[in-house]
Ligand binder design. Structure first.
Ligand code: NAD
Length: 454
């Protein structure tokens, strides 16, 4: 099938390359010329394990372009995967969505096109996108758009850092549309994923036990709400364990054991119960605030979701509070940060806890030295190198440091030469923001280890 993807960010690029790998003919369209130029050279503009290899494997099936006419020509399915970043009001900024919808409306041909919202959009956006496309088509062609297109919602659940596996072997595919014809086209598109009958690439093997993928077909509004409800639930699971972590610390309980003890209950499950600095990234913060804003439009409050956000905000402040408690004076201190990305296996810095922690420490007069295995280049590009010194090697953040904070749980940070780091530090204090480090090993190396949660 001929496919066009508008927006080649984390979601659009992964989707386009996976669909190309599955045999579809894909045009990845973006307005960012530098990004497209890098893709045309065969270079991925983001760090995502397996993506470069999959781009190579799908090379003949995927093209990258800024030319909307060429990209949409003859496409049966046009995905919208543009960003929907948060505005100050908490609502998502829909200007990229509007612009993509207008562009699609102008380029609809005589055939039937399914326009698929993959961006996370407020409930009701499917109808809104439909009306923009209709108006744009009618303005351009002077005739009714009926029968030329239908809108579907296909929310994305991939996790950055595991995006390829999540796209090829998802837990489920959700499709929402009021058009049976659109659902039929989407079923054909995803058939190889639903039936799992494609040869898995060697760098992204099929997980054991994955035989078929459940397909949830529903109406537009339900599909849109599924996405928000899923993200809000995951966010509150993390905040819940962090709230319990604060109490565990006071009563002398070990939050890791508490999490294990409750996670073995199959009704609860072990995932998203790692106490620590809380969530970051482009989705949970944005989507929980959008959910609250949508509810407010209908005269509803979402106290549970609001509380999850508040707990998450407090976890970042706890780093500063804990350091203040230990060091008494922060002015003039040097603090090393291990990790900048909002989680391991990505270079994404959107709403990363490291940003708030660095800001808070700098505002208190600290000197901040940071390291990240893959996100330093992006950090330099997006935030400059003036306020936070970047260390070439992880162990260098300990140099003359009064404390080192583990912010992102990159595997390689568990294996640092802690004895060497301890002797390089002015004060051998480590604050483990992810309950990730081996406390006994660090203590044996001469370090005092504290946790941010529990
Ligand atoms: P992103 O910012 O990485 O990428 C968006 C891309 O869209 C950019 O490259 C931008 O240049 C391009 N763009 C903007 N306007 C365009 C237009 N009119 N035509 C073509 N391209 C255009 O965003 P992302 O992280 O991929 O997220 C995309 C959407 O998916 C968001 O709504 C997000 O909430 C949702 N989502 C993201 C994730 C994730 O983990 N990143 C997971 C699930 C859902």
């Amino acid at each position: 099938m001929r496919i066009c993807i508008c927006g080649t960010g984390y979601v659009g690029l992964t989707t386009g390359v996976c669909l190309g790998f599955l045999g579809h003919d894909v045009a990845c369209l973006d307005t960012d010329e530098a990004k497209v130029a890098s893709l045309q050279r065969g270079e991925s503009p983001i760090y995502e394990p397996g993506l470069a290899e999959l781009m190579g494997a799908a090379a003949g099936k995927v093209r990258y372009t800024t030319d909307a006419d060429e990209a949409m020509l003859g496409a049966e399915v046009v995905f919208i995967a543009v960003g929907t970043p948060p505005m100050d009001t908490g609502e998502p900024d829909l200007r990229y969505l509007r612009s993509a919808a207008e562009s699609i409306g102008q380029r609809l041909g005589d055939g039937f096109v399914v326009v698929v919202n993959k961006s996370t959009v407020p409930i009701g956006s499917g109808n809104w996108v439909g009306s923009i496309i209709r108006e744009s088509f009618e303005r351009k062609h002077g005739k009714k758009a009926d029968g030329h297109f239908a809108v579907a919602s296909n929310p994305e659940f991939l996790r950055e850092g595991a995006a390829i596996g999540d796209s090829l072997y998802p837990d489920r595919i959700v499709l929402g549309s009021d058009s049976a014809q659109a659902l039929e086209v989407m079923y054909r598109l995803y058939k190889p994923v639903v039936e799992q009958n494609f040869a898995a690439p060697p760098f992204a093997p099929r997980p054991e036990g994955v035989a078929a993928v459940p397909l949830v077909t529903t109406d537009l509004a339900s599909a849109e709400l599924i996405k928000y409800a899923a993200n809000a639930f995951l966010a509150l699971k993390i905040s819940y364990i962090n709230e319990i972590g604060s109490l565990a610390e006071r009563v002398g309980a070990d939050i890791s054991m508490v999490a294990k003890g409750i996670g073995l209950d199959r009704r609860i499950g072990p995932r998203f119960l790692q106490a620590g600095l809380g969530w970051g990234g482009s989705c949970f913060g944005k989507d929980t605030s959008a959910l609250i804003a949508t509810a407010a439009d209908y005269g509803l409050t979402m106290p549970i979701v609001a509380a999850a956000r508040e707990v998450n905000r407090r976890q970042r402040e706890r780093v500063i509070e804990k350091l203040l408690g230990e060091l008494k004076i922060l002015k003039g201190r040097t603090v090393g940060l291990l990790g900048l990305a909002f989680k391991p296996q990505t270079d994404d810095l959107r709403d990363a806890p490291a940003l708030d922690i660095a800001r808070g420490l700098i505002d208190k007069g600290c000197r901040v030295v940071a390291h990240d295995p893959v996100a330093m280049e992006r950090f330099r590009k997006e935030y400059g190198g003036a306020e936070v010194k970047l260390a070439a090697h992880a162990e260098d953040v300990a140099e003359e440091a009064d404390a080192v904070v583990l912010v992102t749980e990159w595997t390689e940070y568990s294996d640092l030469n802690w004895a060497k780091m301890a002797s390089a530090m002015r004060n051998p204090l480590v604050l483990d923001g992810r309950n990730f480090l081996d406390g006994k090993k660090l203590s044996a190396a001469g370090l005092r280890v504290h946790r941010v949660a529990g």
